[in-house]
Design a protein around this ligand. Structure first.
Ligand code: CA
Length: 237
């Protein structure tokens, strides 16, 4: 069955080019031309992925993203103006999973979308396995990473992590003590094969630390290796 993608973009020519190319690749595509229509179509059309422009009439993309995040876990890719750091950070903070800068090539967009849908399918598949052989909970000091419930807790309190933050934490923890470069993390956690931007990793790590660490400016779980990357390296109990 064709996967559904909602394109939210008020510039008609861009929206139509995206639609044309995605339909050619076999996806089912709908376009929303403003923020309110985006929320309505997200509920009606139930897309598996949303491409969301930031500058939109009625409701801007950041607001749309936040609203969607209150109820849904549909992957969201933000479309941002080239090299607009503020847009990027606002978008990721609002709960977007990734961003792509305009102007983008159709090939790049299609590759990203494929990688995304593959990852979220895999995630759903793993989530639908009802009976695990044994409870899978990784424990480090006060931190528990519950692979069955797909949640992390610190001191017994559930942490409000996005899916991507959880996956990143899980991946790092399962490879405790190993340093990963940003590119490696993009490949392993985001599923990007050819493209990607290390800033996505940096911003996600920063947000993850704010939730996981007692003192995010002196992290004890997720360490930075300057000039190399990140590792999960909690002190021994
Ligand atoms: Ca726009």
């Amino acid at each position: 069955m064709a996967e559904r993608i909602l394109v939210v973009e008020d510039e008609k020519p861009i929206a139509e080019i995206i639609q044309y190319n995605l339909e050619k690749d076999g996806y089912q595509v709908k376009i929303a031309y403003d923020g309110e229509e985006a929320l309505r179509l997200a509920a009606e059309f139930k897309p598996e992925l949303i491409l969301l422009d930031i500058m939109l009439p009625k409701l801007d993309g950041i607001t749309v993203c936040k609203r969607l995040r209150e109820t849904e876990i549909i992957p969201i890719i933000m479309l941002t103006a080239k090299d607009n750091e503020a847009d990027l950070i606002n978008g990721l903070n609002a709960g977007a999973d990734d961003y792509i800068t305009k102007p983008f090539s159709v090939r790049e967009l299609n590759a990203r979308i494929k990688a995304f849908l593959r990852r979220s399918k895999e995630f759903n598949r793993l989530n639908n396995i009802q009976e695990a052989e044994q409870p899978q909970i990784l424990k480090y000091l006060q931190l528990e990473i519950d692979l069955d419930l797909v949640e992390a807790r610190r001191g017994g309190q559930k942490l409000d992590l996005t899916l991507r933050e959880f996956e990143l934490l899980k991946f790092l923890a399962q490879n405790k003590g190993r340093v990963f470069t940003r590119d490696e993390l993009l490949q392993k956690v985001w599923g990007f094969e050819f493209f990607g931007d290390g800033r996505t990793v940096d911003v996600t790590i920063r947000r993850l630390r704010e939730k996981v660490e007692v003192n995010p400016s002196e992290p004890i779980y997720i360490e930075t290796r300057r000039g190399v990357g990140y590792l999960f390296n909690p002190p021994k109990e």
